[in-house]
Design a protein around this ligand. Sequence first.
Ligand code: 3Y8
Ligand code: NAP
Length: 252
Amino acid sequence: MTRILLLGGTSEASALARALAERGTPALFSYAGRTESPVPQPLPMRVGGFGGVAGLIETLRAGGFSHVIDATHPFAAQMSRHAIAACAATGVPLCAFERPEWVPGAGDRWSRVTGIAAAAAALPEAPARVFLAIGKQHLAEFAGAPQHHYLLRLVDPPAEALPLPDAEAVIARGPFTVEGDTALLRDHAITHVVAKNAGGSGAAAKLAAARALGLPVVMIDRPALPPRLLRGSVEAVLDWLDHGASGAKRGV
Ligand code: 3Y8
Ligand code: NAP
């Protein structure tokens, strides 16, 4: 009996949810509960952590799940590591659904760094005006560079004071447009953009805007993950479900 646990929270997960709902494949869509009102899905949803690897193992067993699809964000590394461990422990086949990383093109002025703390160190000493488009979970890592003016983009209004002395937040949920992001960077006289190498289209607008305005981008590389079976499109994931998963062993 097929029953899928879909670890979501990205555009890819939402696209896959639509495809599974259209086919009538039994599936449960899982959000971490990071935002106040996540986008509804055409599948039954659960919101909140599982309680670590042990909690996820318990969920897999109690829920009778036949497959796990990890369609979380490339920077949701802990969730992905937990999925690898729990699927290894239970023998439930796992497939990661991930978009390719962005690569610089003509006109891009990227400096690539490893880890979010390194992004703060990559900014100039002299005060700059920085578009910090990495969400809210890692802002404290920029507290060591208080001389800059920071423009933040958050999904929900910040619940407590921002950990940066000179910061303002725009509240918006992507996907974003090149026109909108170009106007945003220009209106705020931004001199530097900091971004995670998320890949996909939902967060790419700011890179095209930075290119159009000739702005430097500090690009944070993705965290490394253990090897796992990976697909890059809804069709390829569905093909795995239909043909590959039965005999699939964990790993690539
Ligand atoms: C809770 C679900 C869909 C999914 C939309 C994608 C596109 C818009 C772009 C910028 C970058 C950022 C951030 C971003 C994008 C999509 C996608 C994507 C980046 C929602 C969502 C959840 C989250 C969590 C949130 C993080 C934050 C990261 C904002 C929903 C809207 C910066 C990542 O306030 C917080 O604590 C926010 C936390 C994790 C990164 C961070 O560390 O702060 N996403 N984003 C998911 C859950 O609870 O499980 O609320 O509806 C989903 C989307 N965010 O179906 O259309 O797929 O990438 N999300 C980054 O890429 O850098 C914004 O501003 O340019
Ligand atoms: P993370 O650091 O990898 O995970 C931290 C903990 O959050 C996990 O151990 C798990 O808690 C819980 N969790 C994460 N994703 C979950 C999911 N889909 N369903 C249930 N529990 C989940 O995760 P994150 O980076 O905070 O990302 C959280 C969510 O936001 C994910 O759905 C991700 O796809 C989405 N998102 C993240 C980013 C980003 O930049 N990180 C960008 C866009 C969207 P337990 O240990 O209790 O099980």
